[in-house]
Design a protein around this ligand. Structure first.
Ligand SMILES: Nc1nc2c(ncn2[C@@H]2O[C@H](COP(=O)(O)OP(=O)(O)OP(=O)(O)O)[C@@H](O)[C@H]2O)c(=O)[nH]1
Ligand SMILES: [Mg+2]
Length: 257
């Protein structure tokens, strides 16, 4: 079974994306499993085919080990890591074509702890990829734009599997702001000009230095604008998934028509 991990900062729309994108590709005839790997989620808007909360309970960890909510989540993440083969076997027997995997709200719990590396190497048969969700709202200033790119490339460096970058929530973004983000990404000069206009003293120096790393930061795909709510951009996302994972011959044909 192939796997797509949804990764992004807190509230970037991972769970909404899992819900609506899985329904959308199902309507294209793809057999999809919804997998919840977020031990801390309270309400899921989709019915999970596998829910990690049946393996670990953060409430129980808090009670038994006297932990606070965040350290209970880190312990839960580490416990999930050692269960990768058990969890994979359970899901593999369900016989789906592709698994869409929701990951914890706090990005570091999956991407930068052992669980992320273990799952990116051993979860299901594969192949595996990441969809990295940018939240457009934290990319509007040149420095926060650069910080967002650093986070995305850090996830890529940590998990080392193919990664598709997307910018979520464009339904509520002003189109000119989405266009500006896209320009900064493709043309370092426009970013450099924005930095010179926006900042003074230390921030200006920092922005100028960091912008020199843009060619490295933008080595992944130019983020695809999407909305997990209105499903705008899903066609483009799916065609990239097809390219990366080799999924959905039928859908590729449908697109060609
Ligand atoms: N307008 C709009 N709202 C969105 C979109 N995607 C998610 N949201 C909203 O953003 C909020 C957070 O969405 P979630 O799907 O829970 O985000 P998440 O990344 O799973 O959140 P955590 O797991 O808590 O980090 C919810 O209120 C969603 O309805 C989108 O594309 N457009
Ligand atoms: Mg979520």
């Amino acid at each position: 079974m192939k796997a797509i991990f949804l990764i992004g900062t807190a509230g970037s729309g991972k769970t909404t994306f899992v819900k609506n994108f899985s329904e959308w590709i199902e309507s294209k005839g793809v057999d999809v499993a919804r997998i919840n790997l977020d031990p801390g989620v309270v309400n899921l808007p989709y019915t999970a085919d596998f829910d990690v909360r049946t393996y670990v309970s953060t409430e129980k960890l808090m009670r038994d080990l006297g932990l606070g909510p965040n350290s209970a989540l880190t312990v839960a993440s580490d416990l999930i890591a050692v269960k990768v083969h058990e969890i994979s076997e359970e899901i593999e027997t369900m016989g789906y074509e592709i698994a869409i995997v929701d990951t914890p709200g706090q990005i570091e719990l999956f991407a930068f702890r052992p669980v992320g590396r273990v799952f990116s190497e051993h979860f299901l048969e594969g192949p595996r990829m990441v969809i990295y969700l940018f939240d457009y709202a934290i990319m509007l200033e040149p420095l926060s734009f650069l910080a967002s790119l650093y986070l995305s490339i850090s996830v890529y460096a940590s998990l080392a599997i193919p990664q598709l970058n997307v910018i979520n929530k464009v339904d509520i973004a002003e189109p000119r702001l989405v266009k500006r983000i896209s320009e900064w990404y493709s043309n370092p000069l426009t970013l450099y000009e924005a930095i010179n206009k926006s900042y003074r003293s230390e921030k200006l120096k920092l922005g100028q230095e960091l912008s020199k790393t843009l060619p490295i930061l933008s080595s992944l795909n130019k983020p695809i604008p999407v909305s997990a709510v209105t499903m705008e951009g899903f066609v483009e996302v799916y065609s990239q998934i097809t390219r990366i994972l080799g999924t959905g011959e039928e859908f590729a044909q449908e697109q060609a028509i």
